[in-house]
Design a protein around this ligand. Structure first.
Ligand SMILES: Nc1ncnc2c1ncn2[C@@H]1O[C@H](COP(=O)(O)OP(=O)(O)OP(=O)(O)O)[C@@H](O)[C@H]1O
Ligand SMILES: [Mg+2]
Length: 390
């Protein structure tokens, strides 16, 4: 059951004596409660199926299904609803039986209204605390999962960068040697060389595979640079414009529109400047925009939004593309996870994006609806401690 949005207590008053029930309801209304009313256990259960209720005030002695049996049915079907029983003053044992069956408390008739109001508030407080507890537990388990995922990806990142370094040199040698062999076999004096065409085909296969493997190492090692990453002042909006410039032909060919999300005055939101690594950030933008372009296809729209929140800057890249199925959402940051063909994707783009964002002490989130689109949200600190000096 969902919490009431403004913490008002949703109350159900169940009593077969109409006069008594209406009198109590009227007095409760004067104190700010607006109880729904039911005149028997069956009507009570029917209402609980259809309407959200926090607390039930329930008469024990009723014709048809008794108060205690109604209470038991509530406990079975609606475990978060609290029940306060109303018993006749000669039937205190009913109240005790009710507590054993899971009632919050019982009051004896005739009811003192302020006493009832206090009991209702206390019962509601229990419901509220239980719901907060559940929300807290859900939040914690989500956070723990995210921490475990991040640690796993960080160690995979370190390992894969090491492997990429190792593979890069032999790849360059294979590529160079393949080129050399091609040159030798293509020379005029080799015109009658035995099975020349088969050899050339073989060399081309080597070159194609090297190209694919280079794409992998290139992605893992970044566009950069043998030396330590260079921090400088970065205007993310300018960096986005530059990256979009590199994609210009692709965007124009596919008639993809880029929208900047604007505020009420029709201006682009404040341009946040941050102290960060522009090379790594460019790779992040490139990978995310490439994915968005691929997802939207012809005539798609990509919406960019870039703003400051306290000490962080936020960038949102929203597309109206194919979306990501729920079952894939937990896998997209894993290395080599791809839904694209061998020639189209390596499955490393988002893995690298995640690695860079974690390196830069930021955070990345994704929301997606299948068939409607995807939004990647990145939060980056304006300044990373210890990286602020030139
Ligand atoms: N904006 C998006 N819309 C829909 N699906 C997406 C989007 N971004 C990523 N994906 C899904 O996540 C998968 C992994 O993305 P990632 O960028 O890591 O690899 P890739 O795009 O497949 O390959 P590469 O980045 O090497 O070209 C994609 O194959 C795609 O299924
Ligand atoms: Mg990609």
């Amino acid at each position: 059951m969902k919490k009431s949005s403004d913490n008002t207590i949703r109350l159900l008053l169940v009593d077969d004596e109409d006069c008594f029930r209406m009198a109590i309801a009227k007095r409760l209304e004067k104190r700010g409660f607006f109880p729904i009313q039911a005149s028997c256990g069956e009507a009570c259960m029917d209402i609980l199926e259809r309407k959200p209720v926090d607390v039930v005030v329930l008469d024990v002695k009723m014709p048809g299904i008794s108060g205690i049996d109604t209470l038991k049915a509530i406990r079975q079907k609606h475990d978060r609803i609290q029940v306060i029983l109303l018993t006749g003053n000669i039937a205190v044992s009913d109240g005790i039986e009710g507590i054993k069956a899971g009632a919050y408390d019982y009051l004896t008739k005739p009811v003192e209204i302020d006493h009832l109001v206090n009991k209702i508030k206390q019962a509601f407080e229990i419901t509220r605390l239980e719901e907060e507890n559940i929300e807290e537990l859900e939040y914690r388990s989500k956070l723990e999962k995210k921490i475990i995922d991040t640690q796993r990806l960080v160690s995979l990142g370190t390992m894969s960068t090491g492997i990429a370094h190792e593979i890069n040199n032999p790849l360059a040698i294979i590529n160079e040697s393949a080129g050399f062999m091609k040159q030798v076999i293509s020379a005029p004096e080799m015109v009658d060389f035995f099975r020349k065409d088969d050899l050339l085909k073989g060399i081309e296969k080597i070159e194609k595979s090297v190209k694919r493997a280079s794409k992998v190492t290139h992605q893992l090692l970044g566009h950069v640079k043998k030396q330590e990453s260079q921090f400088s002042e970065v205007n993310l909006k300018t960096l986005l414009d530059e990256t979009l410039g590199l994609l210009k032909n692709n965007l124009e060919d596919k008639h993809i529109r880029i929208d900047w999300e604007t505020n009420q005055q029709g201006k682009i939101r404040k341009e946040p400047i941050l102290w960060s690594d522009p090379y790594q950030l460019r790779q992040v933008l490139m990978n995310l925009l490439n994915n968005a372009v691929h997802a939207v296809g012809k005539n798609g729209v990509i919406t960019l939004s870039n703003y400051a929140v306290e000490e962080d800057i936020v960038l949102e890249i929203q597309d109206n593309g194919i979306g990501i199925p729920k079952e894939n959402l937990g896998k997209i940051f894993d290395p080599f996870f791809t839904t694209k063909s061998f020639d189209e994707g390596t499955g490393l783009g988002l893995f690298v994006v995640h690695k860079i964002i974690v390196d830069l002490k930021g955070d990345i989130e994704v929301e997606s609806t299948l068939g409607k689109g995807t939004c990647f949200m990145i939060k980056l600190p304006r300044i990373i401690k210890g990286k602020s000096e030139k």
